[in-house]
Design a protein around this ligand. Structure first.
Ligand SMILES: [Zn+2]
Length: 452
């Protein structure tokens, strides 16, 4: 199964690569193992281009992620995802090259899944931007910026220059589109009214703060012609802004996020509503419908978890309010099963579109295609043997993430990975991780391959 065709064939793996695809391939004396996948579907390994598995040392305990590269890898592989795009936040005064080096070393020690690293740009200077060609030389062709941070307001001219530099060097820029000033002012006003409880979380980050930041990101794209990748888009109005830009052939790519496809802001009124605090917040029914339409039309190009794992205790700490957040949720392990059940089996998307959204498009945009993101000779043997009939309930006991819970516990799902193979090695089988930390690699990448 690929993003363009479905057919019946045997696949031979040699070393880390797909060596041969054909009918009735014979077992040879060198065959180490034959897997009978009759009645099952073989998907290219999933690629989740947006996860958080590490933080700099200065971040206090209560805000730290529950997962590292090892436990995050386990959750990913058990869910059919073989490559992760990790957001790498700089230590104080560190430039992107320093961040890339430090995170590559850390990931190389711990990871089982393959990794791409997106360094976060912070307080950019001309000197920082001169590093861009060196990042590309080192196989890093993406960078992340946070419009939602105060830093963006202070350095907006330099961030715009960063897009010129990205265009010139051949990088794609991931952008978190929310407006710092609007959110800060609205939070202050809610707090003055005594409405600081997380029940008001959705009101504290209104849709317009996403719309205006998305418009501004697109303006930066239009001025520089640099490709931008808008992470975790949440609202109908912001999607319309992106769609208009795409109609004008601007290189604007959009990431959808699972939680925004299934849940609305009503969740914040639940007794444990704080569990659902993510940035931007959950929206309304019309937004869910618009996001699914975008997925169907292809104006949303990828689905990524923004896996940002915290424990229940961290998420439910009584001291939290709209101005003191522990945002983020763990989704890695169930992203593919949920999207298969709710998307493919409910006839919202085809299985081909499922593959494009969860593997092929990310491989292209982040410079990994055709090494990853498809099933063809000479590609990495990243394969998921998927049982699209297996029915299961999501339970806490099956969760590999050290967040140790899932907001989808109790959901009945159809379609699970049986075996996950990463570069020719069986890394997940029968509910167990079968490969060692450090067996994953940080994969050098080429320039983004733009989608049309
Ligand atoms: Zn994120």
């Amino acid at each position: 199964m690929t993003d363009v065709k479905q057919y019946k064939a045997d696949i031979r793996i040699f070393g880390e690569k797909i060596n041969e695809i054909g009918s009735h391939l014979s077992v040879t004396k060198n065959t180490m193992r034959e897997i009978n996948a009759d009645g099952l579907t073989i998907l290219p390994g999933g690629i989740d281009p947006h996860v958080h598995l590490s933080l700099p040392d200065y971040v206090p305990e209560q805000y730290r992620w529950a997962d590292n590269y090892e436990s995050g890898s386990k959750a990913a592989l058990a869910g059919g995802i073989t490559t992760l795009g990790c957001i790498a936040v700089p230590e104080k005064d560190e430039t992107p090259l320093g961040t890339l080096k430090r995170e590559t070393d850390a990931a190389q020690q711990q990871t089982i899944a393959d990794i791409m690293i997106h360094p976060v740009l912070h307080s950019p200077t001309d000197e920082t931007l001169q590093e861009y060609p060196k990042l590309v030389e080192k196989g890093c062709t993406s960078i992340k910026i946070f419009m939602v941070a105060e830093d963006f307001e202070k350095f907006s001219l330099e961030y715009l220059r960063a897009l010129f530099a990205a265009k010139k060097a051949g990088l794609i820029t991931l952008i978190h589109c929310e407006d710092y000033s609007i959110i800060t002012a609205v939070c202050h006003s809610l707090i003055r009214e005594g409405r600081e409880s997380l029940k008001n979380y959705a009101d504290s980050r209104p849709v317009i703060s996403e719309v205006v930041a998305t418009q501004r990101a697109i303006a930066m794209c239009e001025v520089t012609d640099a490709p931008i990748y808008i992470v975790h888009l949440s609202s109908e109005r912001a999607l319309e802004v992106c769609e208009r830009a795409q109609e004008h052939s601007l290189p604007v790519y959009v990431e959808g996020r699972p939680i925004f496809l299934y849940l609305t802001r009503e969740m914040y009124l639940e007794p444990e509503g704080a569990l659902y605090v993510v940035q931007p917040p959950l929206r309304e029914e019309n937004d869910i419908e618009a996001l699914w339409r975008g997925i169907q039309k292809g104006t949303i190009h990828t689905i990524a978890t923004d896996h940002a794992p915290h424990t229940r205790e961290q998420k439910l700490a009584p001291s939290l309010n709209i101005a003191n957040l522990v945002p983020g949720i763990n989704e890695l392990q169930v992203m593919l099963p949920m999207l298969h059940s709710r998307g493919v089996l409910e006839d919202k998307i085809s299985l081909k579109r499922f593959v494009a959204l969860t593997s092929t498009n990310s491989a292209k945009l982040f410079g990994l295609y055709p090494r990853k993101g498809t099933i063809q000779v000479d590609s990495d043997a990243d394969l998921v043997i998927w049982d699209n009939k297996e029915e299961r309930e999501i339970t806490k006991a099956d969760i590999f993430s050290k967040a140790a819970f899932s907001i989808y516990e109790g959901e009945r799902i159809t379609g699970w990975p049986k075996i996950t193979i990463r570069r020719g090695e069986i890394v997940y089988e029968n509910g167990k991780i079968t490969a060692l930390p450090g067996s994953g690699q940080v994969i050098p990448r080429g320039n983004p391959q733009l989608l049309n």
